[in-house]
Write a protein that binds this ligand. Structure first.
Ligand SMILES: C[S@@+](CC[C@H](N)C(=O)[O-])C[C@H]1O[C@@H](n2cnc3c(N)ncnc32)[C@H](O)[C@@H]1O
Length: 371
């Protein structure tokens, strides 16, 4: 399967003139029940891993006639045009006007056409590019199952400072802003930063900043929470970071650099959460790769390996995906911390591949302190 590809210039979202209007827009979505649980109730599969919350993966689903949330899903997740009269009958007029003014929708005759996606996650809202491949520019990644997975696995304890590397829509930085004093989202894509700043304004977040940066180069010092989901697909047609999916020829170019930076950039009491495809060479292990990348520093770490094997991994995005032996490939989240004083390092494989609850929430079955 490949994604349908189109070519269309699309403007980034535009912040509404006042914070009060941004807040009212979010409040309307919330009051209508357009949230993770509301979407999960209607789609049942939302937001399980993979792409099964896309329309193409559930062709039987259609919004019920009087169901506002169903029609919002149609517009903002499926990216399908909806008759303006249908929406007018179900949602406040101000919601439609604000979505048009923020450049999420355009009115085209009697149809509302989506230009951007708007997805809920854990009480917040994230505007991204639409969930289809558009080659006109470097798209800002919409929320995939992996975005929800990483969001669900980060332990939400109080922190001093979080770095979100490859922030895209800003999702992990903005979720972290609720339990961290300070948050820095980093991305090489200027378009991503525009979306992340819009999403900060949308969610009324004031303690997050977003910087143009090659991985951690744009920020000094260390953090006590590092969250990252940088591109990982082995791609012969694009250099690592040229788009939101290419991790270079072996897929692990960016990942390796981040892992090597952990000892200097993460405080002794800090936590690290890495989502990735791990396109490992046949016969090699994830633990072995981390040990090689970190050298002598590896033994200090306590690691939870929430990944699972993906020998049939299918790349939906790359123009020239690598044709390799995928028998050792894995996907998922690795979370690490420095061994507390007096304790030894360890690596624990959890073998968990079901993280989502029926209401769309997601969480780790085991965290570092429960091992
Ligand atoms: C897979 S997307 C993740 C988006 C978001 N964090 C999420 O989980 O939904 C990867 C992001 O990393 C960014 N990126 C690619 N190369 C990068 C680099 N060298 N330094 C910083 N960010 C990079 C891309 O622009 C993209 O926004």
């Amino acid at each position: 399967m490949k994604l349908a590809t189109f070519v269309e210039a699309v403007d980034p979202p535009s912040v509404l003139p006042t914070p009060a209007r941004m807040a009212a827009f979010v409040m309307s979505l919330r009051e209508l029940g357009y949230d993770t649980a509301g979407c999960a109730r209607r789609l049942r599969v939302f937001p399980r891993l993979g792409v099964n919350f896309w329309e193409a993966m559930r062709p039987q689903w259609a919004p019920a006639p009087g169901d506002a949330v169903g029609w919002l899903i149609r517009l903002f997740i499926d990216s399908v045009a909806v008759p303006v009269d249908t929406l007018h009958a179900l949602v406040p007029v101000s919601l439609i006007d604000d979505a048009i003014e923020a450049r999420l929708l355009v009115l085209d005759g009697d149809m509302l056409r989506p230009k951007l996606s708007l997805m809920p996650c854990d009480g917040m809202y994230f505007v991204t590019d639409r969930a289809a491949k558009n080659t006109a520019f470097n798209q800002v990644m919409w929320l995939w199952g992996e975005s929800y997975l990483l969001a669900g696995l980060v332990r939400r304890t109080s922190r001093r400072c979080a770095f979100d590397v490859g922030t895209g829509s800003g999702i992990h930085a903005l979720l972290a802003s609720r339990h961290c004093d300070r948050v820095v989202g980093l991305d090489v894509s200027p378009r991503a930063l525009e979306f992340a700043r819009f999403n900060a304004a949308l969610n009324g977040v004031h303690n997050a900043e977003f910087r143009l940066s090659d991985l951690l180069d744009g920020v000094d010092g260390s953090c006590d929470l590092l969250v990252t989901n940088v591109p990982y697909a082995p791609d012969l047609a694009a250099r690592a970071g040229d788009n939101f999916w290419s991790g270079g020829i072996d897929g692990m170019e960016l990942l390796r650099r981040i892992v090597r930076a952990i000892p200097e950039r993460v405080d002794a009491d800090g936590g690290v959460y890495i989502n990735s495809l791990f396109p490992l060479a046949p016969g090699s292990t994830l633990r072995g790769n981390f040990a090689q990348w970190l050298g002598g520093r590896f033994d200090d770490l306590q690691t939870l390996d929430h990944t699972w094997p993906v020998p049939f991994y299918e790349d939906l995005l790359s123009d020239a995906p690598i044709d390799a032996d995928k028998s050792a490939w894995r996907f998922g989240v690795v979370s690490l911390r420095r061994a507390p004083h007096g304790q030894a390092g360890w690596w624990r494989e959890l073998g968990q591949d079901r993280f989502f609850n029926a209401d769309g929430s997601c969480r780790a079955a085991v965290d570092h302190d429960a091992t």
